[in-house]
Design a protein around this ligand. Structure first.
Ligand code: XMP
Length: 511
C-alpha cells in the first residue's frame, strides 16, 4: 500500500508547493480542504497543516481538532497551521507590530530531528501578519529568527505522536533548506520509506486500471499532447487493444503533426485510429472570423467526429482522459470556508451524453510528475517536452478567416521557427512558441520584383503555468536568421515581426 501524507488546506497560495515538496521526496500526498474528514487508514503516515490568509484570532477562523490527530499521527503546522497549533494548546498569537514578509535567518535554539542537518543562520521565507508570542505549556522552542522569537517549536510528551510548528514557509524556493526540513518531517518523524517513484506509480496504476476496467473497452481522444499520451500509454499497458484511441486531424495541426504523432503512437503500441476530418473543419470554418466562433465550431465538430468514431466500437463502458491534479484539487476559498471545484478538462461534456464512466490515471499527478512517468514508460522525449499547443490549434493563430492556403503558409513558417529554435538550443528554454499569420499584406522587394504578401508574427514566451508570461528575450542573431529563413523559404510571406508583449496585459495567443 502506498504510504500517504495528508495536507489539510486552509487556503494558502503555497499549499500546492507543500504537496510538490513532499512528492519530490518520493512520498505520496494529497491535499484536502481542512473541513473534510481525515480517514486514517494504515497508509496514512502524517498530517501537514497549511498556511492561510485568515488570522487564528478572527471569528470563524478555520480550525481542526489537532489534539485528536496526534493521538495516532504526527502533525506539522506551517505558518497558520503553526499558529493554530499554538492557540489550540493554550499559547498566544498576536498581531505582529510589522507584517513579516520576506527573508529571515533561522537561528537554531536546540537540536532536534526536525532540523537535522539544517545549517544555523540559513535563510527562511516569512509571509504572515500574526506571530506566536507565547508557546503553550509543555511546548519547546526549537528556533527563532532575527525578527521573531518563535519560529519553530514542538510539543513534548510521550503520550501522543509528534507535533511540530514552523512559522516560516519551508515549501517555498526562498527557504533555502526548507526541503531538508520537510524531508526530516517525512522520514525522521513520520517514518516514510520514500518509495513512491515513477516506476512504483506505473506498477500500481496499471494494477488499479486492470481492476477498474475489467474486460470492458475504453475510448479516448488523443491530442498528441503529453497528458493524453501518458494516460493512454498507462491504460494500454493495463488493457492493451481494448483501449481505442481516436486522433482527429482537424486541419489546423502543425506541419506533419498528424502523421508523426500517429507514428509515435504506433511505436508505443497504442491502438489509435487517425481520422482525417480536415475538409469538414475547413468547410465549417469557412467565412468565420470571430475567435470565439472559431473555437466553438472546432469544439463542436470535434465532438461530432469523436462520437461517430466511438459509436463504431462495441462494448465501450469507459472514457479515458488525461486530467491532471491541478484540474481537480478542491481549493479552499479565501472569501469564506466554501469550496470550489475547478471544472474538468473533459471533452465538452462527453461522458454525460454517452453514459460512460471516466478513467483518469493521472488525476493525482502534477505536470512535472506526468513527464517523469512518461519518460519511465519510454515515451520519446520529443513528445514529453513539447510546448503546449491550444486545442483550436493554428485556427487561433490565423487572424481572421481561415483558408486551407493560409493554413499551409502558417504551417511552413511555424515549422521553420520550431526547427530553428531546436537547432539554436532555445526550444526547451522557452515555455511556448508559435507563429501567427496576420491578415494584412505589405509591400516588399525580392530581386527585381516588388512583392505584396503576408506578415508573420513570431511569439515566444517564458512562463511557469501560462497564467502570466514574459516575452522571451531571444538573441538578435537568432531573430535575424529566422526572418531570413522564413522569407526565403515561404512564398507568400515577405515580412517577419517579433511580439514583445508580456501577459498581462497581452495574452499568449493572439486570438
Ligand atoms: P492565453 O492566450 O490565454 O493562453 O494567454 C494561455 C495558454 O492557454 C492556451 N490556450 C488554449 N488552449 N484551447 C486550448 O486548449 C483554447 O481555446 C486556448 N486558448 C489559449 C495557450 O496556447 C496558452 O498555452
Amino acid at each position: 500500500m502506498t504510504e500517504k501524507i495528508l495536507i489539510l488546506d486552509f487556503g494558502s497560495q503555497y499549499t500546492q508547493l507543500i504537496a510538490r515538496a513532499v512528492r519530490e521526496a518520493n512520498v505520496y500526498c494529497e491535499i484536502i480542504p481542512y473541513h473534510k474528514p481525515v480517514v486514517a487508514d494504515n497508509s496514512l503516515k502524517g498530517i501537514i497543516l497549511s498556511g492561510s490568509p485568515f488570522s487564528v484570532n478572527e471569528e470563524n477562523a478555520p480550525a481542526v481538532n489537532i489534539a485528536s490527530f496526534i493521538e495516532t499521527l504526527p502533525v506539522l503546522g506551517v505558518c497558520y497551521g503553526a499558529q493554530l497549533t499554538a492557540k489550540e494548546f493554550g499559547g498566544r498569537v498576536d498581531k505582529s507590530n510589522k507584517r513579516e514578509y520576506g527573508r529571515a535567518k533561522l537561528l537554531k535554539q536546540k537540536d532536534d530531528v526536525l532540523l537535522e542537518n539544517v545549517t544555523d543562520h540559513s535563510q527562511v521565507w516569512m509571509s504572515h501578519s500574526d506571530s506566536i508570542t507565547v508557546l503553550p505549556e509543555g511546548f519547546e522552542l526549537l528556533a527563532t529568527t532575527d525578527s521573531i522569537p518563535i519560529a519553530a517549536f514542538k510539543k513534548n510528551g510521550n503520550s501522543s505522536k509528534a507535533l511540530y510548528g514552523l512559522q516560516f514557509h519551508p515549501e517555498v524556493y526562498h527557504s533555502t533548506e526548507g526541503k531538508k526540513i520537510i524531508h526530516n518531517f517525512l522520514v525522521n518523524i513520520c517514518g516514510c520509506s520514500q518509495n513512491w517513484t515513477p516506476a512504483s506509480f506505473v506498477n500500481e496504476t496499471v494494477e488499479q486500471l486492470k481492476q477498474q476496467i475489467g474486460d470492458a473497452h475504453v475510448i479516448m481522444a488523443l491530442s498528441g499532447g503529453v497528458d493524453s499520451t501518458v494516460a493512454a500509454t498507462l491504460i494500454s499497458k493495463a488493457i492493451g487493444g481494448r483501449l481505442h484511441g481516436i486522433f482527429v486531424d482537424n486541419g489546423v495541426l502543425r506541419k506533419n503533426e498528424f502523421e508523426s504523432v500517429l507514428a509515435t503512437y504506433n511505436k508505443l503500441g497504442l491502438n489509435v485510429t487517425g481520422i482525417d476530418a480536415k475538409q469538414r473543419f475547413y468547410t465549417e470554418l469557412s467565412g468565420k472570423t470571430d475567435p470565439e466562433a472559431k473555437r466553438k465550431i472546432i469544439g463542436k465538430l470535434f465532438i461530432d467526429v469523436f462520437q461517430e468514431e466511438a459509436a463504431k466500437v462495441e462494448g465501450v463502458k469507459f472514457l479515458g482522459q488525461g486530467t491532471i491534479y491541478p484540474d481537480v484539487i478542491e481549493s479552499v476559498s479565501v472569501h469564506g470556508p466554501s469550496v470550489t471545484i475547478k471544472s474538468h478538462h473533459n471533452v465538452g461534456g462527453l461522458p454525460e451524453k454517452m453514459h460512460l464512466q471516466l478513467v483518469e490515471p493521472l488525476r493525482y499527478l502534477f505536470k512535472d510528475e506526468v513527464r517523469k512517468v512518461g519518460l519511465e514508460l519510454g515515451i520519446p522525449e520529443e513528445m514529453i517536452f513539447r510546448h503546449p499547443f491550444p486545442g483550436p490549434g493554428l485556427a487561433i493563430r490565423i487572424l481572421g478567416e481561415i483558408t486551407e492556403e493560409k493554413v499551409k503558409l502558417l504551417q511552413e513558417a511555424d515549422h521553420i521557427y520550431t526547427q530553428q529554435l531546436k537547432q539554436y538550443d532555445l526550444y526547451t528554454k522557452v515555455w511556448q512558441a508559435g507563429a501567427i499569420l496576420l491578415p494584412v499584406k505589405s509591400v516588399g522587394v525580392m530581386g527585381d520584383e516588388r512583392t505584396y504578401e503576408y506578415t508573420v508574427a513570431l511569439r515566444a514566451v517564458t512562463s511557469v503555468d501560462g497564467m502570466t508570461a514574459d516575452w522571451a528575450h531571444l538573441p538578435y542573431e537568432f531573430l535575424a536568421n529566422i526572418s531570413n529563413e522564413i522569407i526565403n523559404n515561404v512564398r507568400g510571406i515577405n515580412r517577419v515581426v517579433y511580439d514583445i508583449s508580456s501577459k498581462p496585459p497581452a495574452t499568449i495567443e493572439w486570438e
